[in-house]
Design a protein around this ligand. Structure first.
Ligand code: AMP
Length: 249
């Protein structure tokens, strides 16, 4: 089985996000960037499939500026076999990413595409669903467990009310949730080995996709700071303050 994983380069989850002083977006200059955490889970799942013999090739794909190569190298160091970089400076929206992934899927014919359930920068939670719709493939989103059978995969999904199990005929699209696995750290020897693994570079034009944004960001603002809370001594005082100060009861 051939598996494709999508890995996005995002501001590291430990970094405190700052809005640019001109309000045009989020500051990314001199900021630590990393692989989107849900995509690390996607890579880990692919590597485990590779180790179990369920998959015989794992390809990591990233889209964005040239530096996305580093994100692909991280996936290669974790165990992916090769990478594909779609290089563009355009601000990519989920539909553009889904179209690019569709074009790559048509070239590579994988049996499974694994994405993160959402990117922690835009929090869209759209790309996997859009890709499945564009390809006409089945989708198992928010996966917390995968089991492979004869040309099918059974996906345990995390939903509001608990767990749901769906059976998909391959090829299919899966998006990862937090509990699917715990991603490994790449070892130093594997980081060195990853430097020799191939990365194909192409552009959206090569794939015949118009990746220009359809949305225009008007302004980005910090959320309002929260006021400092107070501690009350008694329930009577709480009720009094809610009634007479906050005027909410
Ligand atoms: P989103 O729909 O933006 O929340 O992203 C969901 C998932 O789509 C991410 O976890 C990635 O697996 C994939 N994805 C989104 N944008 C990109 C990108 N620029 N490059 C590679 N994968 C991406």
């Amino acid at each position: 089985m051939k598996v494709l994983v999508a890995v996005k380069r995002v501001v590291d989850f430990n970094v405190k996000i700052r809005v640019k002083s001109d309000g045009t977006g989020v500051e990314t200059g001199n900021v630590k960037m990393s692989m989107n955490p849900f995509d690390e889970i996607a890579v880990e799942e692919g590597v485990r499939m590779r180790e179990a013999g369920t998959a015989d090739e794992l390809i990591a794909v990233s889209m964005g500026p040239r530096q996305c190569q580093e994100t692909i190298r991280t996936a290669l160091a974790m165990g992916a076999d090769r990478g594909i970089l779609v290089e563009t400076d355009a601000e990519l929206e989920p539909l553009a990413v889904a179209k690019l992934l569709k074009a790559i899927t048509e070239k590579e014919s994988p049996d499974l595409v694994i994405l993160g359930k959402q990117a922690i920068d835009d929090d869209c939670n759209q790309t996997g669903q859009m890709l499945a719709a564009l390809l006409g493939w089945g989708q198992g989103t928010f996966a917390s467990g995968l089991e492979f059978g004869d040309a099918k995969v059974t996906v345990t999904r995390e939903i509001d009310g608990g767990l749901e199990t769906v059976a998909l005929t391959l090829p299919a699209v899966v998006t990862t949730d937090l509990r699917l696995n715990e991603p490994r750290y790449a070892s130093l020897p594997n980081i060195m080995k990853a430097k020799k693994k191939p990365i194909d570079t192409m552009t959206p034009e090569d794939l015949g996709v118009d990746a220009q944004p359809r949305l225009k960001t008007l302004k980005v603002e910090e959320p309002q700071g929260r006021e400092v809370g107070i501690r009350v001594e008694t329930v009577a005082e709480l009720v009094d303050r809610l009634r007479n100060e906050a005027k909410v009861i």
